[in-house]
Design a protein around this ligand. Structure first.
Ligand code: NAP
Length: 498
């Protein structure tokens, strides 16, 4: 089992001691004490005498991303002193590994950090590091591309000396976590989300509870969401909650991939044997072309939000957004006692990607569609493309409709006092579907409810599209209530952190 090593960097000894105790109470089993962060000369006795967990002692120079201000001689003397004190691990950069000798039971982590990139000669360097009497080799580089993750993870395959290798930066998150799958004895996390000591580090809680790092092993199946940006995606919360509930040995990761790097990244990630991807902006159109097979609906819409392996291990492209949106509208119609969408008059507010997909779905279901949009030309273009009615934005209140769908961000957090449709325009009995899921109850939905309308939140669409993806990925029914709850909790956690 791979462990989580929590890095502690504080300026005061008292804070290091207090946080170390707190971490032990939270279940941490290994803690890195970053001596270079202390503002006064490090007092090892104070930090180590009653240490509640095994420790890694590290003292970084600025060149390696640290804050040590004293001389190099003093730094090395401190590291020797830590070894004599019998600490469990000491971190020695590769250049000083031969200068500081093995003594007692202290294990030697021989490390290499590169904050500017992942050098071409990484593999040769790793070979040299293997000659430095290491118990653990640590290699950490800045990912300049998502593919760098694979190079780092490959270092660990067949390693003769236990090795921790991962990338820093937002591209690097996947290797921080997947290093457990390739045999790393531990990976690093921070005390909490506000205490990031190196770019891209994630918190102990996220590592343990969101990604279940300590359960990851060679058999763990890998899934993820491809997008750019991706850091704020709720999909990892939802899918990992479902895996946990189903006790499935699988992990789902946010995978930031720039638009122009999708093809090369997927090729490189084939080494990771990823079993399925959710796909979001800007990759939905390109992802569809990269699959060997696709649903008819994907061909029609020209976009996929899901890539998964079929029974023969081919890549299959699906679009679960559309069904999820249509079932949300049908849910509203059912509240009214009428689930038939055919023949209903639907008004779509907005002409972006979501409006286009929902417009196509609504027309396929036989409804009469009208599109309206703030920017007239874009709305008129979409209406022409779909072959439906267009109404000017300023006249949208006059349209007589059975179903109103908001596909604009008006009313989305933090602009919760906005609405795309004035309250006095809303007719009693209308089905109102707002694609926004944060907040779950937008001003539009609140006002529509007050007028006796049948309302559905975008949260249902989001959960339904994720549940359908889960079914594609695992070929089993999704625990949809667990996923809905995970999304609600995620939204409120992010809001309370703001
Ligand atoms: P998009 O392609 O950027 O399109 C945004 C649309 O909203 C455009 O028509 C834009 O009009 C309009 N708009 C933007 N700001 C506006 C404002 N202040 N007033 C009036 N109109 C405005 O975005 P998208 O990908 O289609 O996403 C649209 C919405 O769908 C998002 O806001 C999100 O809440 C929701 N969504 C929901 C889910 C789900 O699963 N529930 C998933 C994805 C997205 P212009 O043409 O004038 O710019």
């Amino acid at each position: 089992m791979s462990q989580i090593c929590v890095s502690l960097g504080r300026t005061r000894h008292s804070m290091v001691v207090a946080e170390h105790q707190a971490l032990a109470q939270r279940g941490a089993e290994l803690v890195e004490l970053r001596l270079d962060w202390l503002s006064k000369a490090p007092d090892l006795g104070r930090l180590l005498t009653q240490r509640p967990t095994p420790v890694v002692i590290t003292c970084r120079r600025p060149a390696d991303g640290g804050r040590w201000k004293e001389t190099e001689d003093k730094r090395q003397a401190l590291l020797r002193q830590a070894i004599v004190s019998g600490v469990e691990y000491v971190d020695l950069e590769e250049e000083i590994a031969t200068k500081i000798r093995r003594y007692g039971k202290t294990k030697r982590i021989v490390s290499y950090h590169n904050f500017s990139g992942t050098p071409n000669d990484l593999e040769e360097r790793y070979g040299r590091m293997c000659e430095l009497d290491a118990d653990v080799i640590k290699v950490v580089t800045m990912a300049q591309s998502p593919r760098d993750n694979v190079r780092l993870l490959q270092l660990m395959e067949g390693a003769k000396i236990p090795t921790v290798a991962f990338c820093m930066g937002e591209f690097g998150l996947i290797s921080r976590i997947l290093c457990a799958k390739y045999g790393a004895p531990f990976s690093y996390a921070t005390f909490n989300v506000d205490r990031v000591l190196a770019p891209g580090q994630i918190s102990f809680d996220e590592m343990r509870n969101l990604y279940r790092y300590e359960q990851i092993n060679a058999q763990t199946e890998v899934f993820g969401v491809l997008g750019d940006p991706i850091a704020h995606s709720y999909s990892p919360r939802i899918h990992n909650a479902a895996f946990r509930h189903d006790q499935r040995n699988a992990v789902y990761l946010p995978m930031r991939v720039p638009a122009e790097e999708l093809d090369e990244t997927l090729e490189a990630y084939s080494w990771l044997d990823v079993r399925g991807y959710s796909v979001t902006i800007p990759h939905k159109e390109r992802a569809m072309r990269l699959a060997n097979f696709r649903d008819d609906i994907v061909e029609d819409i020209g976009a996929a939000n899901t890539l998964f392996r079929d029974n023969r291990n081919n890549w299959y492209a699906a679009n679960t957004d559309l069904d999820a949106a249509l079932s949300s509208i049908r849910m509203g119609l059912e509240m009214k006692g009428d689930s038939e969408l055919a023949g209903k008059r639907v008004l779509l507010l907005g002409a972006g990607g979501v409006a286009k997909a929902i417009g196509q779905g609504v027309l396929r279901a036989g409804a009469a569609l009208t599109v309206t949009n703030r920017t007239k030309q874009r709305g008129a273009d979409l209406a022409q493309q779909l072959g439906c009615q267009f109404v000017a934005w300023e006249n949208r209140g006059a349209a007589y409709v059975d179903v109103l769908v908001n596909c604009t961000p008006m009313g989305m957090y933090p602009h919760m006092n906005e609405t795309p449709f004035q309250a006095n325009w809303i007719r009693e009995g209308t089905v109102v579907f707002d694609t926004i899921y944060n907040p779950e109850s937008t001003l539009l939905l609140k006002e529509a409810r007050e007028r006796g309308c049948h309302c559905v939140s975008g949260l249902e669409m989001f959960v339904n599209q994720a549940a359908a993806q889960y079914q594609c990925f695992t070929r089993q029914a999704a625990p949809i209530d667990v996923m809905r709850e995970a999304l609600r909790k995620g939204i409120s956690a992010v809001r309370s952190a703001d």
